[in-house]
Design a protein around this ligand. Structure first.
Ligand code: HMG
Ligand code: MG
Length: 320
């Protein structure tokens, strides 16, 4: 393993996607009360950035209806920042009213996906976003820019790294504080992720980037390593590996948060997250959704909790 993965700044910030990217694609819908318990449990695990909902059309994504009510119900003590997706002015107004801490604007590298997702092309989306970024920033709300299909588009095929770099730079120039690079359909391997990251890092500093890897082909963790090696310290992940995008057919959830925390703690990096509590939350939400737990680490820790004599390979898993 490359020693340069660990830099003097060995703290990694996790952006928990479970309540948004996770739940948006689940067949069974959680009630508002269940969503609130879910987020509160994630806060108790030590997660400080949680995307809790989306101000999108409830006809298109019914799982995200009531995101305003959820934000209003959540406790505001402590350092946790609650984020939500915003596709347009109507969404921004709802998010502001619900006292969101951070909004996520979302576009993609390909027109095919952007049109399926938000009904407009990439260029049009950037024009739409400009006044939204300005208004959010005027109110002191942080703006994250999501760039989807950075490896490939389900409608148009492979994406060129230079296209990703150019769009990431434009999102930054619009005023986004951070760009989240999304392998929306989870097809990347280090073979395609490395050239993409290197092209983007030519234009955007590592400190302004996050990686958002879906784990459809089981490459999420392998793809994280080159991102860490290149100094990227913000990682999107979803507890129990929940989720996917309704407009990316066949894509599965983000790389599981439990896997990411286990990996990072194993590398001696700090996350501030209690892995046992996280695994228990992943097991709990999987049961609420009536689905198998999609995290291998979660499954292992659940089995260990049921049979306490079992050994671990990594010893103590407490907050790193
Ligand atoms: P549209 O149909 O083009 O917009 O939708 P419209 O302006 O014609 O409005 C149509 C209806 O939607 C109207 O209601 C509007 O009021 C309503 P009606 O008159 O029919 O009753 N509407 C809204 N309702 C609530 N909130 C709003 C809003 N805007 C309009 N903000 C729109 C445009 C973007 C709203 C729609 O296409 C939509 O909601 N799309 C869903 C997008 C989405 O949530 N996708 C999944 C998340 S993205 C993702 O997962 C990728 C990511 O994880 C990164 C990665 O993995 O790569 C971020
Ligand atoms: Mg996603």
């Amino acid at each position: 393993m490359n020693k340069e993965i660990r830099s003097p700044i060995d703290r990694v910030s996790l952006v928990e996607m479970g309540p948004r990217d996770g739940l948006q694609n689940e067949a069974r819908m959680l009630s508002l009360a269940q969503r609130q318990v879910f987020v509160e449990r994630l806060v108790a695990c030590g997660l400080q950035r949680i995307e809790v909902g989306a101000f999108v059309s409830p006809k298109r994504v019914p799982q995200m209806a009531d995101s305003a009510a959820l934000l209003e119900a959540l406790p505001r003590k402590g350092a946790t920042r609650y984020g939500a997706l915003v596709p347009n002015l109507q969404g921004l107004q709802g998010a502001i009213q619900a006292r969101v801490d951070e909004i996520g604007l979302f576009t993609a590298c390909s027109d095919g996906f952007t049109r399926a997702n938000i009904g407009i092309g990439v260029e049009e989306s950037l024009v739409r976003f400009a006044p939204l970024v300005a208004e959010a920033r005027r109110l002191g709300i942080k703006v994250r820019g999501y760039l989807s299909t950075v490896i490939a588009c389900p409608y148009e095929g492979p994406t060129k790294p230079k296209r990703v770099a150019a769009l990431a730079e434009r999102l930054l120039d619009l005023g986004c504080h951070e760009i989240s690079l999304g392998d929306t359909i989870g097809v990347g391997t280090p073979g395609t992720v490395v050239p993409m990251l290197d092209a983007v890092l030519h234009e955007v500093p590592a400190g302004r980037l996050a990686v958002h890897f879906h784990d459809t082909y089981g490459q999420g963790l392998a793809n994280l390593l080159p991102a860490l090696e290149r100094g990227i310290r913000t990682i999107d992940c979803s507890v129990a590996g929940l989720g996917g995008c309704p407009y990316a057919p066949g894509a599965s959830g983000n790389v599981a948060s439990e896997e990411v925390v286990y990996l990072l703690h194993g590398l001696g990096m700090h996350t501030g997250v209690n892995l046992e509590a996280l695994a228990a939350t992943g097991q709990w939400v999987s049961e609420q959704l009536g689905r198998p737990n999609g995290s291998r680490v979660g499954q292992a820790l659940h089995a260990r909790a049921s049979h306490p004599a079992a050994e671990t390979t990594q010893g103590d898993h407490h907050a790193g």
